[in-house]
Design a protein around this ligand. Sequence first.
Ligand code: CA
Ligand code: CA
Length: 81
Amino acid sequence: MKKVITTIGAVLLMTAGAVYANTADELIKALDADGDGQVSLEEAAANPDIEAQFAVLDANQDGYLTADELAAEPQPEETQG
Ligand SMILES: [Ca+2]
Ligand SMILES: [Ca+2]
């Protein structure tokens, strides 16, 4: 029965991990299907919230979201400069 308990423990760990998968880095890992370390618009389609804000989040407009871009607060408008 020890194996069953270990399996349940692993599942619980995975569940707990999902709860904390709300940092930019974890979000990249969760959405980055091809493992290149950034999220394309196609990959972002898996997360409606990210997909909807893709253009805003993609600060350098290169078509990919990086952890830095996801971590940055979206700027409503630029009044400085
Ligand atoms: Ca990717
Ligand atoms: Ca970008």
